[in-house]
Design a protein around this ligand. Structure first.
Ligand code: ADP
Ligand code: MN
Ligand code: MN
Ligand code: MN
Length: 362
């Protein structure tokens, strides 16, 4: 490990953050790269944008992000969602973008485009998603916070929803992130310490349609960005440490208008039948390295077989007890891994429930 790791000196920085911007606004353009990671760059604007229509398309060098060859490297970023910036404050904004190739087709890493078309085509079902994002905070050396150097902490038990020194680690980052998401207008619905020391969860949602993917990606960006200030690394790996520890998931809670209404359970059961038929296709887009997490132990189901049940945390899909009692509500797909792409996950769920749409012209 390099011992010259740089941690933000927020006290020195504060003086500059307060400087007058002379009417200009900073827009942080954020996009997803060719490795399921996040990138960003800053644009100075002459005035505050009111909507994404006020934001210019921009571009970057895709050969540096595994998104384009060196001899044809320009990739375009098109703004699709706009949020107040909790880091810079004022009129400054965060801008979520889609990536497009120069020939006018979506970049190979642009999974949002087709997901958005699926959401649009099924808008009448008013589909809500609530995702539970689990993650692990690591020191600059890549070892989880709260773990003895090169060793292991006491077995899991006291950490989940824990309080107190030695039980939870890095709560400052978690608090900062929760507030930052709220400021940005992200529908963050909660936060809790997880089963493994250094592991946490937050939930985004319910959000309708494509807004969930946009908000979840921006919430991940904020977590990385805040982590910089504390010198912490954020890991979205589904099994960050091998051994007798829970992995990290991205439980995906889903409901349609019909499922939320009286008698909705029959729509949930119909969805279960459809999900069962496409288990293998779903697992393909539910995150890389998920096989290390989905062992059938540690509150997961078998990776090979679809199952569902009321209040069962060992099945692929859980129907919450309260929903079974009410005869309506939502279901929880527990299969997605913490590093899964929310556009692909919510997209394939809608496709499986309501059918494919014609491919976009390429
Ligand atoms: P768990 O008991 O599995 O830990 P959480 O409370 O962490 O559940 O997360 C539940 C998620 O489900 C939240 O993001 C919440 O917003 C979302 N949710 C609640 N109701 C619905 C619904 N009707 N449709 C979709 N998502 C929902
Ligand atoms: Mn949860
Ligand atoms: Mn959890
Ligand atoms: Mn859950």
């Amino acid at each position: 490990m390099a011992d010259n790791v740089y941690v933000s000196n927020t006290i020195n920085l504060a003086k500059y953050m307060k400087l007058e911007q002379k009417g200009k606004v900073l827009a942080e353009y954020i996009w997803i790269d060719g490795t399921n990671g996040l990138r960003n760059k800053t644009k100075t604007l002459n005035k505050k944008p009111e909507s994404v229509d006020d934001l210019p398309e921009w571009n970057f060098d895709g050969s540096s992000t595994e998104q384009a060859p060196g001899d044809n490297s320009d990739v375009y970023i098109r703004p699709v969602a706009l949020y107040p910036d909790p880091i810079r404050l004022g009129d400054n904004v965060l801008v979520m973008c889609e990536t497009w190739d120069p020939d006018g087709t979506p970049n190979k890493s642009n999974f949002r485009h087709d997901a958005a078309r699926l959401m649009e085509a099924n808008a009448q079902h008013q589909i809500w998603f609530g995702l539970e994002q689990e993650y692990t905070l690591l020191g600059p050396d890549g070892w989880p916070y709260g773990w003895p150097k090169g060793g292991f902490p006491a077995p899991q038990g006291p950490y989940y929803c824990g309080v107190g020194t030695g039980r939870v680690f890095c709560r400052d980052i978690v608090e900062a992130h929760h507030k930052a998401c709220m400021y940005a207008g992200i529908e963050i619905s909660g936060t809790n310490a997880e089963v493994m020391p250094g592991q946490w969860e937050y939930q985004v949602g319910p959000c309708e349609g494509i807004a969930l993917g946009d908000q979840l990606w921006v919430s991940r960006w904020l977590l990385h960005r805040i982590g910089e200030e504390f010198g912490a690394k954020v890991s979205f790996q589904p099994k960050p440490v091998p051994g007798d520890w829970n992995g990290a998931g991205l439980h995906t809670n889903v409901s349609s208008k019909e499922m939320r209404e009286e008698g909705g359970m029959k729509h949930i059961e119909a969805a279960m039948k459809k999900l069962e038929g496409r288990h293998v296709d779903h697992m393909k887009v539910y995150g890389e390295g998920n096989e290390a997490r989905m062992t059938g132990g540690h509150e997961t189901s078998s990776i090979d077989k679809f199952s569902w049940g009321v209040a069962n945390r060992g099945s692929s899909v859980r129907i919450p007890r309260q929903c079974a009692k009410d005869g309506k509500g939502y279901f929880e797909d527990r299969r997605p891994a913490s590093n899964g792409d929310p556009y692909s996950i919510t997209g394939i769920i809608v496709e499986t429930m309501y059918g494919a749409i014609s491919p976009s012209e390429k």
